[in-house]
Design a protein around this ligand. Structure first.
Ligand SMILES: Cc1cc2nc3c(=O)[nH]c(=O)nc-3n(C[C@H](O)[C@H](O)[C@H](O)COP(=O)(O)OP(=O)(O)OC[C@H]3O[C@@H](n4cnc5c(N)ncnc54)[C@H](O)[C@@H]3O)c2cc1C
Length: 388
């Protein structure tokens, strides 16, 4: 049985990106000097299980571990091809393993933080505290529970009105014999893969002239058979990139929920959902990493100002509506996705588009973004959403 501290202030159900970002920031701010925390996760974070990519025009607390950054992204489709200068933004990546090592190295020096490897069975909420019920080590009790264990079944079943898509992807880090990749840019969208009625594209992050992550991504309702991801990757590498010989060094595979499900952070008195489980994955893009950092900042602010972490994420109703309309078009008219995304990138300055996606835009620029795409599918989506 794990030795428990007599009193625990903060329990973390799940110790991934959101929990570790929150713990790291709380620790940096001195909020864990006299407080005890327990983190439960069934995994040990010692593999490079994902690469986080995001665009930003501001420094972040994770600048020391940014693996690479680019000022240019490439867009390729049958309608529009362009190398896009991102300034004032840069596109950055952080490797999962670098994040885990960086954060854990600091957290493990704080004796107030205890890590437990176990399977979480349930979360409990009470008037003055919460608990985490684990499979092998029993019940942990504490003042507050931060829950980042995303429950896909609950999201799928609870709200019939929501739109549910998955961003699902499989990527290979490949090593080639010849120098093949242009390291000066990230290929953000390459639609040169059969669409077959769904939104499908390739994404390339170049690590060096002969090493890159090549990722096949779909925005759709259902996963593919494993062999279908592999076949698409093989075909793209051979027929589009013209690479005959290569070695697969790593595989990245995963799913990010793209949904209008009405996530709520505050769950009762003492349980706060964080990360994807709090709705930090942007419904129309899946980008999550920086939205997690925003949630972390608001929680830390609340602890400092009010003495407790129970704060709801701030939401923009207008941007939620835009996300819902775009999701609806991708879901119902997947065959239009290539054109819609081409129009968005072709007909808007990149700063306008990125601030729109970051939910930092004003109404005028949002009207400009919305009028940069063919209106009829969006009007139909709007009407359908309002009639539900
Ligand atoms: C492969 C992949 C690549 C991604 N790439 C990007 C990207 O480039 N940019 C971006 O912005 N976002 C990206 N995302 C989305 C998002 O940033 C990540 O999913 C991020 O890790 C979410 O953080 P989180 O803390 O909510 O979830 P997680 O990091 O997944 O943490 C949840 C933790 O809970 C643990 N857990 C769950 N259930 C239990 C249980 N029953 N018992 C014990 N432990 C449990 C898990 O082991 C996990 O460690 C990616 C997601 C994936 C899957």
């Amino acid at each position: 049985m794990t030795q428990r501290p007599p009193h625990t202030d903060y329990l973390f159900a799940g110790g991934g990106c959101a929990a570790l970002s929150l713990l790291y920031t709380m620790n940096q701010e001195g909020l864990l000097q006299n407080k005890k925390a327990i983190v439960v996760d069934w995994e040990v974070k010692n593999t490079n299980n994902r690469t986080w990519a995001f665009w930003t025009k501001h420094p972040t607390i994770f600048d020391p571990i940014v693996f690479n950054k680019w000022a240019t992204v490439e867009f390729i489709s049958q309608y529009y091809n362009k190398d896009i200068d991102l300034s004032p933004y840069t596109y950055q990546i952080i490797r999962g393993i670098d994040f885990y090592e960086f954060v854990l190295k600091e957290l493990q020096q704080n004796p107030n933080i205890q890590f437990v490897q176990d399977r979480i069975l349930s979360i409990e909420d009470g008037k003055s505290g919460g608990g985490i019920q684990c499979e092998n080590t029993g019940m942990y009790k504490g003042d507050y529970v931060f829950d980042s264990c995303y429950d896909a079944k609950q999201v799928a079943s609870k709200n019939g009105r929501s739109i549910h898509l998955k961003q699902h992807f499989k990527g290979w880090v490949i090593q080639t014999q010849q120098n093949t990749f242009d390291t000066s840019k990230v290929r953000l969208f390459d639609f040169r893969t059969p669409q077959n009625g769904l939104m499908r594209f390739f994404y390339i992050i170049p690590f060096s002239p002969n090493k890159a992550l090549v990722e096949y991504t779909l925005f759709s309702e259902d996963f593919l058979e494993e062999t279908e991801y592999d076949a698409a990757l093989k075909a793209y590498i051979k027929e589009v990139l013209n690479i005959e010989e290569y070695k697969i060094e790593e595989i990245e595979q995963g799913m990010i929920p793209m949904t209008t499900y009405p996530f709520q952070s505050i769950q009762g008195n003492r349980v706060l959902n964080i990360g994807t489980w709090a709705g930090c994955s942007k419904a129309s893009t899946g980008y999550t990493f920086l939205r997690i950092q925003d949630q972390v900042q608001s929680i830390v602010q609340s602890i400092r100002d009010k003495g407790h972490p129970m704060v709801e994420r701030s939401l923009s109703r207008r941007h939620n509506l835009y996300d819902a309309m775009l999701l609806k078009v991708i879901k119902d008219r997947g065959e239009l996705s290539e054109k819609v995304f081409s129009d968005l990138f072709q007909n808007n300055p990149i700063e306008r588009l990125l601030s729109f996606l970051d939910e930092e835009s004003n109404l005028l620029s949002e009207i400009r973004v919305m009028s940069s795409v063919a209106p009829i599918p969006f009007i139909r989506a709007f009407i359908d959403l309002k009639m539900k």
